[in-house]
Structure formats: structure tokens, C-alpha cells
Design a protein around this ligand. Sequence first.
Ligand SMILES: Nc1ncnc2c1ncn2[C@@H]1O[C@H](COP(=O)(O)OP(=O)(O)OP(=O)(O)O)[C@@H](O)[C@H]1O
Ligand SMILES: [Mg+2]
Length: 251
Amino acid sequence: MILTIANQKGGVGKTTTVVNLGTALASIDKKVLILDVDPQYNSSLSFNRYNHELSIYKALSGEKKLKDLIQETQIPNLKIISACEDLAAAEYELASDENRNFIIKEQLDQIKEEYDYIFIDTPPTLGLLTISALAASDEVLIPVQCEFFALEGLSKLVKTIDMIKENLNTNLKINGIVLTMYDKRNSLSTLIEDEARKYFDTVVYKFNVPRNVKLSEAPSHGLPAIIYDLNCAGSQAYIGLAREFIERNKK
Ligand SMILES: Nc1ncnc2c1ncn2[C@@H]1O[C@H](COP(=O)(O)OP(=O)(O)OP(=O)(O)O)[C@@H](O)[C@H]1O
Ligand SMILES: [Mg+2]
């Protein structure tokens, strides 16, 4: 299954979710590939796997095949295709390519059978990279930060997803919305949660990811939080989320 993690709002927990949900699933023997299509390459850094020569840009520019860019990580069963800053140019370079929206799909189709889950981390825009990730995906997972204005951008994102369903990928489904950086002592968090559950009902994951400092420390050590500190509240939340994720996929 190919899953894009998207939200055009910046800093809502997309990368943290890709890295830790991916690690949690790999640790229960699922074969996972993370595809970093963000020119900020935060997923790549989170595994200490930034490598200019092995960037997904090489596949988008036609220099290499995707399968030749796969890197191992510290976690068995979890591989990554990293990004680098060149990727920012890809949006511009591919703009006139008629096939631009399917460039990720065509390449992923060649390797997808080898993985249980492929997670695509996207930049905080609804540009070409995010759109071609969505065109390649079976489902989209949307992290929403429990902050004021959190829900404002959601209707635009849902409209974009509908547009992609109509024009590029009729099978695309919303896997769910994950509430991140949740602080139960903060009334704003509970307010956002109530609103999100009222409007989006069961689309919203039951499991919220709490605000937890270990989740933000782990990337500076080049490790997923689940490896950096398995017992912290953030790691345990992503393990719970992985369980719910698997339950959802059974239905
Ligand atoms: N639950 C959490 N608790 C505390 N800090 C968090 C949590 N989730 C993410 N962070 C931190 O918040 C910042 C933004 O998170 P992250 O990078 O995952 O967001 P993003 O949506 O991928 O951002 P961007 O849009 O820039 O790609 C990072 O410094 C991250 O470590
Ligand atoms: Mg990110």
C-alpha cells in the first residue's frame, strides 16, 4: 500500500509521523519504504541518511532508477529513498513535462510489490511534488496540529484530494486524520479535537499524538523517537497509532 502524508500547513508533524509510524510498522515485521519527496529532506535527516548521490532527484531527472536509490536504515525492514535540496528545482524543471503528475507513480509501480507499506513524506505545499505523490498513492494520511487555524487549511486540502481523485487517481482514499502535538491540559487542544471529530467523525484516528519533547529531540540524533526512547509518551503514541492503522487497513 502506498500512502502519502500530506498537509500544506508547515510543521504539523508530517515527517515525525512518517518516521515513527514507519518505524513502528517495521518493528512488527512489515516491510516499509519511506520516500522523502520534501526538498527540506527532514525524513532523510531523521535516519541520518542524507546523501546527495542517492537523492530521489536522480530518479525524477531520469539519471537513475528508483530501485538504485534505496538505502538501508538502522532499522531492519525499513528502507529509505532520501531527498536533497536539488529537489526544489524539480518542481520547476518538470513543470512543462506532460507526464509530470505521474512521474512518481511510474517509478514506484516498478518496486511497490516488495513492500507492505510505502510512506511518502511531502513538503508543506500543494505543488507538483505533493500532487504527484498523491497521484501515486492508494491513500492519504493527514496530520493536523492541535493549534488555532489548524482546521482552516483542511478544506483546501480535501478539495485538492477531490480534484486529484477526479483527474489523476480515481482510487485515492483518505486513510485518516491524526491529531498531533496534543496537550490535554490546553483547552485549545481539546477544542480543536472536538471540532475535528465533529466534522470529520471517524475519519479522525482515536489515538492522538501528544506534544512530547523526545519526539523533537530524536531527529538531532539521527534516530526515530521509537529507537531513541521507546518508552517516552511520543513513541508509545506512535506504537498505538500503528495498531489502529493496521486495524483500519483490515476493514
Ligand atoms: N508530537 C510532537 N511533540 C513535540 N514536538 C513535535 C511533535 N511532532 C513534531 N514535533 C516537532 O515539531 C516540528 C515539526 O514537526 P515535523 O517536522 O514532523 O512537521 P512537518 O509537518 O513534517 O513539517 P514541514 O511542513 O516543515 O515538513 C519538528 O521540530 C518536530 O520535531
Ligand atoms: Mg516535514
